[in-house]
Every structure is written in C-alpha cells, then in structure tokens.
Design a protein. Structure first.
Length: 100
C-alpha cells in the first residue's frame, strides 16, 4: 500500500469516527445555551475568515487592491438591506472598474 492509500484510509476512518461521535452527543449537550450560541457563530466566523483570505491574500503576502473596495461596497449595500444578487453584481462591477 502506498502512502497515498494509507492517507485515504486514515481520512475515511477519521471522517466516519467524527460523524459517529457527532451522532453520539447527548441531547442535553446539544441544547446547552453555550453550544447553541457557538453553533450559531461558527458559520459567520468561517465565512469571515474565507472572505479575509480571498480579499487580502495574494499567495503568501498581504495585498490591498480592488477587491478591498469591492468588499467595502458590498458591506455598505448589505447594511442598507439591498438584496444579495445586486450586492454581488455591484461589488464585482466596482472591483472591475477599479482594475481598469
């Protein structure tokens, strides 16, 4: 067996164990206020981290360019309760115009 297949098997077993562990958690733990609050905040934190990496990273360096202005436009429009699709279009348009 090559190291690639060993890694694949380890990942399969690990994913199964993690899923089984999640299904084995008692209901009282899942309904605890701290657990509920953390599960509400985890997607927001992950999305924020993904946005930060996509906007400020270029390879292994920190970059500030047109993407930052697009993010600012998107944040302003979202704070004004503009629907999501026009926000994405406006942010992409602003970033494209700045790059021109």
């Amino acid at each position: 067996m090559t190291s690639l297949w060993i890694g694949i098997v380890v990942m399969i077993v690990g994913c199964f164990a993690l899923k089984y562990a999640g299904l084995s958690v008692p209901e009282r733990v899942l309904n605890h206020p701290a657990t509920v609050r953390a599960s509400d905040l985890i997607p927001v934190a992950l999305l924020g981290a993904l946005i930060a990496v996509q906007v400020f990273a270029h390879g292994d360096s920190l970059t500030i360019d047109a993407r930052l202005l697009g993010l600012v436009v998107a944040a302003v429009l979202l704070s004004l309760r503009v629907p999501f699709l026009p926000v994405v279009f406006a942010a992409a348009l602003v970033a494209a115009l700045v790059r021109l």
